[in-house]
Design a binder for this molecule. Structure first.
Ligand code: WT7
Length: 656
């Protein structure tokens, strides 16, 4: 696209006038303030947005960089900030959560009710002996109790670690062991797309795998009531835990640096990393970005479609909107049940004004809408919408335009928010009442975030030239550590290549030569992004080779996919003769199931290709670039003369 063709979408005068950050001059003034007095800027906002038990006097402590501390002598409580203070401000009867179950039943919780439920759970957890600093794993689907359980942990200073309900027993076990959790909070079942799926029995399985001796109790929320087994002395129903508990619970005041949560995410090595977040700095950015990026106001109905098992659900369901006293939707189901109009129907029914979802969901709903008018957004009243958001992966301009026109009615700005589990909240994003939008670009850094693009030596590259995305200064909601592995934290995020001075996001980026707008060009490490879910290629390779009776060797690469962004493509060498036809299909299925069991269904390879060997150089290195070409179905243009065994290229051409 030539520059003349780039279409800018300016905020309308009305959108701009009403916004918290109104106009580019206001955006620039905030950036300038941060530039002039970095610590003063964040301190001002931390005082304005959060309620502190003990006010902080120190702002940033870089003495042990890159282990930064923010607001370290201040104390606060995240749950107090999200619940009590809203009740104290007179919002007790305001709806905090509108919960819609998979089958369509709607339950509401006011701020007073959510506070009472959270307090009861908190008291119950205390009764189990859980205190400040203990870890609690939460393995539950989208529910009011899921949010309340997270808030209850925060209330008593316990560090929660939510594990997405789609992860397998093995993955859950690994996380329980790594956190050393004292308790697991789960539900009997989860319900998605009309189907009842196990949760509690997977917890049982995880614990039975061993290494979970730290777990003294499993608390079980009753979702469907179908039979499950309960282990006497260990397992307790949530209803019984909270029965008779007081609906008040004095918050445990914690230091700003106290770990609010651990959330596991994939890196370039096999083992997922426990990303450790703080209380004060994290909550500040959660609240601030909800205010500025989503422009949340008192009468908005906010809907972030992410699951609380991912960071998006943490920041933009459990913490950000509640810290501001907002009203939000919590949705249990899937976008395609009972049909692909579910999102649009819910926007219509609940008069959603701010809608935040992932490009994958948009792309799959475009396909469905184009095939069937009944689930096309034009069949619904979406006039309540005023702002749209996108997250998790780059949004292609065609999907952006459709989202803008068909969901936003041409009037709603789209905030394409770039961030990561590690960053806690938005890093590069438009502000809806200020930033002119360009489809496919996440535009400019959030005020105070010092993002830039550098070369391999850490030198900034000129606009218009691609490079490595980094952040120059620490910011309040940044990752504090990898749980139990400070060396890996340093190596992953503050590598020696950049003299330990720059935060390495792991993405490539390019800034527009004229506007300086950022476009994310994708991961620069061995991490894939499938439907907005992050997965390490080595993690999937380990899962494949753990099928020891079948697999000798495996290599995993990504390839572009129209709907999911990237798709997982596995190249497998078996410990048996090369299979063909139905036999190959059956083995491929067996391997997918195996990966599903090891990690979870989201990690199942879409493509599986078998070879008697993998293409390797004479020195034995797997030629991944070549594998990526094969996965894409490209004709091989690379030099294959160094290949030890060129014949296998033919075998790998077949996809099962
Ligand atoms: C990776 C982080 C942020 C919460 C959900 C994912 C990619 C995320 C965008 C965007 C282009 C994006 C990056 C990033 N990503 N948002 N708006 N445009 N890419 O969190 O699982 O930690 O994944 O998702 O590659 O590094 P995550």
């Amino acid at each position: 696209m030539s520059e003349a063709e780039i279409k800018l979408y300016n905020p309308s005068a009305a959108v701009q006038a009403a916004a918290h950050v109104s106009g580019m001059a206001a955006y620039q003034a905030l950036c300038d303030e941060a530039e002039r007095d970095y610590e003063g800027y964040w301190a001002r906002l931390a005082r304005e947005l959060l309620s502190w038990k003990t006010p902080f006097t120190k702002v940033l402590n870089s003495d042990h960089a890159p282990f930064f501390k923010w607001f370290e002598d201040g104390t606060l409580n995240a749950s107090y900030n999200c619940l009590d203070r809203n009740v104290e401000r007179g919002l007790g009867d305001k709806t905090a959560i509108i919960f819609e179950a998979d089958g369509g039943e709607v339950t509401r919780a006011t701020y007073s009710e959510l506070l009472a439920r959270t307090s009861q759970i908190a008291n119950g957890l205390k009764g189990l002996g859980i205190t400040k600093g203990d870890r609690v794993v939460i393995y539950i689907s989208m529910s009011i109790d899921g949010v309340a359980a997270m808030q209850a942990c925060a209330r008593i200073g316990a560090t929660h670690s939510v594990v997405f309900g789609g992860f397998s027993a093995q993955s859950l076990r690994d996380r329980i062991e790594d956190t050393g959790a004292k308790a697991v909070i789960t539900a009997d079942f989860q319900v998605r797309g009309g189907k009842q799926l196990a949760l509690k029995s997977i917890v049982d399985e995880a614990i039975a795998l061993g290494g979970c001796d730290s777990v003294a109790n499993v608390v079980v929320v009753k979702r469907t009531g179908a039979p499950i087994s309960m282990t006497a002395g260990r397992d307790i129903w949530m209803d019984d835990l909270v029965a008779g508990q007081s609906t008040t619970c004095e918050p445990t005041w914690v230091e700003a640096e106290h770990p609010l949560f651990l959330l596991y995410t994939s890196g370039s090595t096999g083992k997922p990393k426990g990303v450790q977040h703080s209380t004060g700095g994290y909550l500040l950015h959660a609240a601030l970005t909800t205010k500025w990026t989503f422009d949340l106001k008192a009468d908005d109905v906010f809907w972030c479609t992410a699951d609380i098992g991912w960071v998006t659900g943490h920041t933009y369901i459990t913490y950000g909107p509640l810290a501001l006293g907002g009203t939000e939707i919590v949705f249990e189901g899937v976008p395609t049940y009972p049909d692909a109009g579910r999102f649009w129907k819910m926007i219509q029914d609940h008069k959603v004004s701010i809608f935040y979802t992932a490009p994958t969901a948009i792309r799959s709903l475009i396909k469905a809408a184009e095939a069937n008018d009944a689930v096309h957004p034009k069949s619904y009243d979406l006039s309540s919408l005023r702002l749209l958001g996108s997250v998790g992966e780059p949004i292609n301009p065609a999907a952006w335009e459709w989202y803008h026109q068909h969901i936003g009615g041409g009037r709603c700005p789209i905030v394409d928010t770039f961030w990561q589990t590690e960053t806690g909240g938005h890093m590069i994003t438009p502000l809806p009442g200020a930033t002119p939008l360009v489809p496919g670009s996440c535009t400019l850094p959030f005020p105070g975030i010092q993002a830039t693009v550098v070369d391999e030596t850490g030198k900034e590259v000129p606009w218009g030239q691609g490079g490595i995305l980094v952040v120059k200064k620490p910011w309040p909601s940044m990752i504090r550590n990898i749980w139990g592995d400070p060396e890996r934290f340093k190596k992953s995020y503050y590598p020696e290549d950049f003299k330990g001075q720059l935060y390495l996001a792991g993405d490539g980026a390019i800034r527009d030569a004229k506007t300086g707008y950022f476009t994310i060009t994708g991961r620069i490490d061995d991490v894939l992004n499938v439907s907005g879910h992050r997965m390490g290629t080595m993690e999937i390779e380990s899962a494949l080779v753990s099928c020891t009776e079948l697999v000798a060797e495996a290599a995993v690469v990504g390839r572009p996919d129209d709907t999911t962004g990237e798709a997982i493509c596995a190249f497998v060498v078996l410990k048996r003769p090369l299979p063909v036809g139905d036999e190959a299909k059956a083995i491929a299925k067996q391997l997918r199931d195996h990966v599903g069991k090891e990690i979870g269904p989201i990690a199942k390879p879409k493509d599986i290709r078998f070879g008697e060997n993998l293409p390797k150089t004479r020195s034995g290195k797997i030629m991944r670039r070549l594998l990526r070409s094969i996965a894409k179905g490209e004709s091989i243009t690379q030099d294959t003369s160094t290949l030890e065994n060129p014949a296998i290229l033919g075998q790998l051409g077949q996809n099962y």
